[in-house]
Design a protein around this ligand. Structure first.
Ligand SMILES: [Zn+2]
Length: 418
């Protein structure tokens, strides 16, 4: 069997000079990753100064590990703090967060998940300038673009129907010679329909987006996908011009259309894609939280809908069993078989051959967010083998991945190789 490409991510924010140098903190962790996994790449999110970035790069070079600048493009950007009123505008005039089904921890942590509009030229220009400088300053081998999407279910249901800002109105009009205002009414109509949606209708849905993107809204959603593609292209093309590799962080295929990430479009402009197939993360992008928020919102709007039957239909659409009760989804997560199901969906897209798919595999232990035990990891790895992936990115922070987990992955892969 061909040797798999292995990358991992690391968050080096608020790390003092002292702790970076003390006990060779980083060096020891990377040495373990190199020993157990023969690590190929490290994707680095950091607020370190140039001197310390150089140090990180040197350590990686000594271990023959490629370095990537992990850069969030539309939310939680390093260039400036995004205020709520700057974020995307929903059909009903909210900004950034909706009300229905939104995650109760939104805005509490260090990440706000407030998404800027991809058409907002002024902010995008500021972010792009910062990004260019950061590429030069870091001297890394590649860039890894994150937060390249519209808000997800965990931001609240209303945000599915964004953005209606002035930039979007102008762009929509110049693209389609049609008024974006008309789509506010379409969005309201979908809300009304969801309130009375019954189980026989759900049985006709083949994807989550079948419930949301109905009728004329298809054009609105095409527009959103184009908007994301265009902004990512600007960032990706610049990096390529500068001789860098480009990786992108995408939602699992089942969720991607809800946030307007089109794998086929995005595959054309990057070297590799990391699908975040997170079955145990109770945070944005994690299937448990996103599915929970999605279903919670619909059940709130439509109390006549039977929770158990609804979960069953979602489970049919995803192709894996889900817990019978919504609250258990956050507790127990989604079956590890989801890796195989979602990877199959990617295969069916028949993406260009030159783009690689490196599975985003959870490996962290972060209390209250994601706790990948040896047992879970082994089940995941069975599914990884079945899916026959070319490589993977152990997600999403090496400093939170126990050495035991690194070793399990390494042992598993080497056993399969010989
Ligand atoms: Zn907009």
């Amino acid at each position: 069997m061909e040797q798999k490409w292995i990358g991992t991510q690391i968050v080096l924010n608020h790390i003092t000079n002292d702790s970076l140098h003390r006990n060779d903190y980083l060096k020891k962790k990377l040495a373990a990753a190199k020993e157990f996994l023969d690590l190929d790449a490290l994707i680095i999110c950091s607020d370190l100064n140039k001197k310390n970035l150089d140090l990180v790069r040197e350590i990686c070079r000594d271990f023959k590990i490629k370095t990537y600048l992990w850069y969030p493009v539309l939310a939680d950007v390093p260039a400036f703090k995004i205020e709520q009123e700057q974020a995307v505008e929903t059909f009903d005039g909210l900004h950034g967060y909706g009300k229905n089904g939104s995650w109760d921890k939104l805005g509490e942590g260090e990440e706000d998940f407030l998404f800027l509009c991809p058409n907002d030229e002024e902010y995008i220009r500021r972010i792009f300038d910062h990004y260019q400088n950061k590429i030069i300053e870091s001297g890394f081998d590649g860039v890894f673009l994150d937060r390249i999407r519209f808000p997800s279910p965990s931001n609240g249901f209303e945000t599915f129907f964004s953005c209606f800002c002035g930039y979007c109105q102008n762009k929509f009009h110049s693209t389609y010679s049609e008024d974006l205002e008309n789509y506010r009414y379409q969005a309201k109509a979908v809300f009304e329909k969801l309130k009375t949606m019954d189980i026989s209708y759900l049985r006709t849905c083949q994807s989550l987006s079948d419930m949301i993107i109905q009728g004329n809204l298809e054009k609105f959603y095409d527009f959103r996908e184009q908007n994301i593609f265009q902004v990512v292209k600007i960032f990706a093309d610049k990096a390529k011009q500068m001789g860098k590799l480009v990786g992108v962080d995408l939602f699992a295929p089942s969720l991607a259309s809800l946030v307007s990430q089109d794998y086929r479009l995005l595959a054309k402009i990057c070297d590799w894609i990391k699908p975040m197939i997170y079955g145990h993360t109770s945070g944005p992008a994690g299937l448990p939280l996103e599915l929970y928020c999605f279903m919670r919102a619909i059940l709130n709007m439509n109390p006549a809908l039977d929770e158990g039957q609804f979960i069953q239909e979602i489970s049919r659409i995803l192709g894996v069993d889900l817990p019978n009760q919504l609250n258990d989804l956050l507790k127990h997560g989604v079956s590890e078989k989801i890796v195989c199901c979602e990877m199959q969906r990617i295969k069916e897209l028949d993406l260009a051959e030159n783009v690689k798919i490196y599975l985003g595999l959870e490996a962290v232990q972060i209390p209250g967010v994601c706790n990948i035990t040896a047992k879970i990891l082994k089940k995941y790895l069975e599914s990884v083998i079945e899916a026959d992936v070319k490589g993977m990115v152990l997600s999403w922070d090496l400093l939170k991945i126990p050495d035991e987990n690194l070793k399990i992955v390494g042992d598993f892969l080497s056993k399969r190789q010989y």
